[in-house]
Design a protein around this ligand. Structure first.
Ligand SMILES: NC(=O)c1ccc[n+]([C@@H]2O[C@H](COP(=O)([O-])OP(=O)(O)OC[C@H]3O[C@@H](n4cnc5c(N)ncnc54)[C@H](OP(=O)(O)O)[C@@H]3O)[C@@H](O)[C@H]2O)c1
Length: 325
């Protein structure tokens, strides 16, 4: 039974990732610091993923390092109940998962090991997008391209992608793929929100968008700051308050590092009487950057999906374009 208004679900648009044939929903639901980290129980994961599904989200993002693998296990378990052809699932490899030389990076040795582990944890027929989570300058781009193409040829991965790769590495990767006549990464996933726009200043977003690579932005709410939730202190049930439990304390620095843009964003939204969530998420979509967002409660997912359908005034966008440095 669908418990959410059909209007919301019907308005969930699909977008093609670059020049690939793969479409994803306007929002992708990510699982860092929530499923498998905040809580390890199936019930919590199920409530969140079922809510996302009922709201029309059909794109799910995870990684081998989220909750030390627990996020993949829980996501895979819950997604089992849904038809495999009806959603896009991405996971990632290369993030350090141990102390040794062989537990990180983009060598063929590590990536094949990391992939086999993710595949086993997800326990799912195939992975739609497999990410090279970070660039590794100690491995030749040819080795990386061949490894990810091998995974596609093995039938267990449909497309490959990069995350937070430097511009030169992306360009070189394209040259190598052309030379070898191999599949290129279809998407680059970088940090992006109104508060953090370095993907444009470093040239990555523009290059990708001009060269058929899809662009996805993680942390589109700047880890919660663009929701206005930290304006009057730290709420008890927030990521910052739970930093010990989550073993993650970086969120608190985001404000100091980006305060001019966070404050400006909230002030402009207040001036126009506009919902922060709507402005934050639609800002990304207007730049053709598809948000990979987090939500630790089902109510957050509901308001985030509602937010992408709100009509906002043009004058808001004109004013927000005056992004403070
Ligand atoms: N490729 C990469 O290297 C990389 C890196 C980081 C993340 N990611 C992906 O991006 C996803 C999202 O990252 P993120 O969690 O940092 O993104 P985010 O969407 O900027 O922040 C999510 C947090 O914002 C708060 N929030 C969300 N909706 C809200 C609402 N409606 N009202 C109030 N608060 C709300 C919640 O914080 P509270 O829990 O405090 O309530 C939630 O946990 C991850 O799950 C992961 O899949 C990828």
């Amino acid at each position: 039974m669908n418990i959410y208004p059909q209007k919301i679900v019907k308005n969930m648009n699909y977008f093609r990732l670059g020049s690939s044939g793969l479409k994803i929903t306007a929002l992708t639901y990510g699982s860092a610091l929530t499923i498998g980290t905040e809580r390890h129980d199936y019930k919590y994961a199920e409530e969140l993923i079922d809510t996302a599904w009922q709201l029309g989200i059909r794109s799910f993002d995870t990684s081998n390092n989220y909750g030390y693998g627990s996020a993949e296990i829980l996501l895979g378990q819950v997604l089992k109940k849904y038809p495999r052809q009806e959603y896009v699932l991405s996971t990632k490899g290369s993030w350090p998962i141990g102390e040794s030389q062989y537990e990180k990076g983009l060598s063929r040795k590590h990536i094949l090991y990391a992939f086999e582990q993710s595949f086993e944890r997800l326990n799912i027929e195939y992975i739609d997008i497999y990410y090279a989570h970070r660039f590794d300058s100690e491995v030749s781009i040819e080795e990386i391209v061949r490894t990810f193409n091998y995974l596609i040829d093995s039938g267990r991965v449909r497309y490959w992608a990069t995350s937070e790769w430097p511009l030169n590495a992306i360009k070189e990767c394209h040259r190598v793929c052309d030379r070898l006549n191999m599949e290129k990464p279809i998407v680059e996933q970088f940090i992006y929100s109104y508060a953090i726009q370095k993907a444009f200043s470093n040239g990555v977003a523009t290059y990708c968008q001009e060269n058929g690579v899809g662009t996805m932005g993680f942390s589109p709410l700047c880890q919660g700051y663009l929701t206005g939730k930290y304006r009057n202190g730290i709420p008890l049930d927030s990521r910052i308050a739970k930093s010990d439990q989550l073993a993650y304390n970086k969120t608190v620095n985001f404000y100091e590092q980006n305060k001019s843009r966070i404050d400006f964003f909230l002030e402009v939204c207040d001036k126009y009487g506009v919902d922060y969530l709507a402005a934050a998420l639609q800002w990304c979509l207007r730049k053709n950057i598809f948000p990979v967002l987090g939500a630790s409660k089902k109510e957050q997912l509901i308001s985030n999906v509602e937010a992408i359908n709100k009509i906002l005034p043009n004058s808001l966008w004109n004013e927000l374009e005056k992004v403070p440095s």
